[in-house]
Design a protein around this ligand. Structure first.
Ligand SMILES: NC(=O)c1ccc[n+]([C@@H]2O[C@H](COP(=O)([O-])OP(=O)(O)OC[C@H]3O[C@@H](n4cnc5c(N)ncnc54)[C@H](OP(=O)(O)O)[C@@H]3O)[C@@H](O)[C@H]2O)c1
Length: 224
C-alpha cells in the first residue's frame, strides 16, 4: 500500500514495530520513487507512542492527505482459554490503536482546507462468526463502527471508510488442507492478493462521495 501510494505521487510516512529490517528495505524502495518518504517505529497499542509518531510526522510533513490505520495483531484464541494478556494485545492493537490513530489524524486534518481521508483496515470476519478468534473479530467489528462514527463526526471535510479483506495471505507453515477448505468458501475461488487491497485503497482515495462505508475485498467470502 505504501509503495502504491508513492507511485501515485504521495510522500509516505509509515510505521513499523518489530520488522526493522523489512521497514528499512521498504523505505529504500519508497525513497527511490518518493524521496521525502519517512518511517517511524511505533507501538500502536500505546497512545503515547501514537502521539509521538504523529509529532514526528508533523515535524516533517506540511499536510496529511490520507491516513491508513493498518497495523494489527492476529492469532487464534480458543474460547475457554483466552487470557487477559491475549485480549489486551488484540484489542489494544486493533481497536484502541485504530481509535487513537484516527484521533491524532483528525487533529491534523481538521485544520486543513481540503478534503482528506482516513482508511481503517477491518476484516470480513467482522461479519462472520469465528469461534476461535473472538477478541480479534470483536476488535474488527469495533473498527467498522468507529469508522462510521468518525465519518459522521468529521464530514464533510474528512472522509472515513474501511477495507474488510477476506483471506489474502496464508501462513507459510499452514497445514495442506487449509487453503482447500478456505477456497470452498470463496465464490471467486481464489485467495486475495495485496494488489486487490491496493485497488480498493486507490478507489477510496479517488472517491469524493463515499464515507462511513466498509468495502469488502473478499472474493464474496461474506456471502457464505
Ligand atoms: N492478510 C490477511 O489475509 C488479512 C485478512 C483480513 C484482514 N486483514 C487486515 O489487513 C491489515 C494488514 O494485514 P497484514 O496481513 O498485512 O498483517 P500482518 O502481516 O500481520 O502485519 C501486521 C502489521 O502490523 C504491525 N503491528 C502489529 N502489532 C503492532 C503494534 N502493536 N504496533 C505497531 N505495529 C504493529 C506489524 O509490524 P511489525 O512487523 O513491524 O511488528 C505488521 O507490519 C490488518 O489490519 C489485518 O487485520 C488482513
Amino acid at each position: 500500500m505504501a509503495l502504491a501510494l508513492a507511485k501515485h505521487g504521495y510522500a509516505v510516512c509509515f510505521t513499523y514495530l518489530s520488522s526493522a529490517k523489512q521497514a528499512r528495505q521498504t523505505l529504500k524502495e519508497l525513497r527511490a520513487i518518493s524521496p521525502a518518504s519517512q518511517m517511524v517505529r511505533c507501538d500502536i497499542s500505546k497512545v503515547r507512542a501514537i502521539e509521538r509518531a504523529f509529532a514526528f510526522f508533523a515535524r516533517r510533513f506540511k499536510r496529511l492527505d490520507v491516513c491508513i490505520a493498518n497495523a494489527s495483531s492476529f492469532f487464534p484464541t480458543p474460547l475457554p482459554n483466552v487470557t487477559e494478556k491475549e485480549w489486551d494485545n488484540l484489542v489494544d492493537t486493533n481497536l484502541k490503536g485504530t481509535f487513537f490513530t484516527m484521533q491524532c489524524a483528525v487533529r491534523l486534518m481538521i485544520e486543513q482546507e481540503f478534503i482528506s481521508r482516513i482508511i481503517t483496515m477491518s476484516d470480513v470476519s467482522a461479519s462472520l462468526v469465528w469461534r476461535r478468534y473472538a477478541p480479534y473479530t470483536a476488535s474488527k467489528v469495533g473498527v467498522q463502527h468507529l469508522t462510521k462514527i468518525f465519518a459522521k463526526e468529521f464530514a464533510p471535510t474528512i472522509l472515513v471508510n474501511s477495507i474488510a479483506p477476506g483471506t489474502m495471505l496464508l501462513h507459510p507453515d499452514r497445514d495442506a488442507g487449509l487453503e482447500k477448505d478456505i477456497l470452498k468458501k470463496i465464490p471467486l475461488r481464489r485467495l486475495g492478493t495485496p494488489d486487490d487491497i491496493v485497488k480498493a485503497m486507490l478507489f477510496l482515495i479517488e472517491s469524493d462521495y463515499i464515507t462511513g462505508q466498509t468495502v469488502s475485498v473478499d472474493g464474496g467470502r461474506v456471502l457464505f
